[in-house]
Design a protein around this ligand. Structure first.
Ligand SMILES: Nc1ncnc2c1ncn2[C@@H]1O[C@H](COP(=O)(O)OP(=O)(O)OP(=O)(O)O)[C@@H](O)[C@H]1O
Ligand SMILES: [Mg+2]
Length: 253
């Protein structure tokens, strides 16, 4: 079994004095596709945004590459934050910039590389996600699936070993979403990147075939962990059964 690249220990998170998730612990192993799932509003994005350092936890620890993000000083923190890439829920490419400029941005911000090298790397990343030839397009000129792939290219600009994706296939039709899942699998297999993916799309959960945790709004914690195929067939927890089998809370299971 590969080593843990992320360790979450007794983490309690939320906003101001409101707690969203309480005392959760889990580990992400190097090279795996790790899926965070659960119903709307259970705290998936909140968890992701804490792991990537956008918010400070109420208590607990976040270790990335064995370094504690919660106690790191400014320099250590910068080093940790530069070791991963993120594609946020909703995509968020800069609409007034070409695809090439969007992907070049993290490189110009975080490296001292000359412009020609930055441009070369950005072109490589766009080619990696199948967008060679689209460098000079503006985001609005592209389909939703292409925008998602461009966001993935931008998240990979600094050669991260971990990629965090929040609802990568949200808003895409099923065929386009399936293509994006295939691309993620391909990047995982060829580059060995560790993926942490937030999703509530059942199709993606099964095609990505990763290890998963399921968060729950009621208990503010993890209610299932492991292989999604096992979770789907587990009748011992009604909330898990309902999520995977699309039954309403009022139906008997
Ligand atoms: N910036 C914020 N300030 C205060 N409360 C917030 C903030 N962001 C989210 N919340 C609240 O935290 C809870 C969890 O929200 P979160 O966005 O993490 O859920 P989610 O699982 O990502 O949902 P979805 O599937 O709809 O994306 C919700 O009750 C939400 O209203
Ligand atoms: Mg969310």
């Amino acid at each position: 079994m590969s080593k843990a690249i992320i360790k979450i220990e007794s983490l309690t998170i939320g906003y101001d004095d409101v707690t969203v998730l309480k005392d959760i612990s889990f580990q992400v192993r190097q090279g795996e596709i790790f899926i965070i799932l659960g119903g709307s509003g259970c705290g998936k994005s909140t968890l992701l945004n804490h792991i990537i350092g956008l918010h400070s936890p109420q208590s607990g620890h976040i270790f990335i590459h064995s370094k504690d993000l919660t106690t790191a000083d400014t320099a250590q923190r910068r080093e940790i934050l530069e070791s991963f890439g993120v594609a946020f829920q909703g995509g968020a490419l800069f609409g007034s910039m070409t695809l090439l400029d969007n992907v070049m941005l993290p490189l110009t911000e975080h490296t001292a590389l000359p412009h020609s090298a930055v441009e070369w790397i950005a072109r490589q990343k766009l080619a990696l996600v199948g967008l060679a030839g689209f460098e000079s397009k503006m985001p609005a000129q592209l389909s939703g699936g292409m925008q998602k792939r461009a966001a993935l290219a931008r998240a990979m600009a600094l050669d991260p070993d971990i990629l965090f994706l929040d609802e990568p296939s949200a808003g895409l039709d099923p065929v386009t979403a399936a293509h994006l899942d295939e691309l993620i699998l391909q990047l995982s297999q060829t580059l060995g990147i560790t993926f942490v993916i937030v999703t509530h799309e059942l199709q993606s959960i099964f095609s990505l075939a990763g290890r998963a945790i399921m968060l729950d709004k009621e208990t503010q914690g993890i209610i299932a962990e492991g292989n999604p195929n096992d979770m789907k067939n587990d009748r011992s927890n009604p909330a898990v059964w309902r999520f995977f089998n699309r039954t309403a809370a009022t139906e008997t299971v």
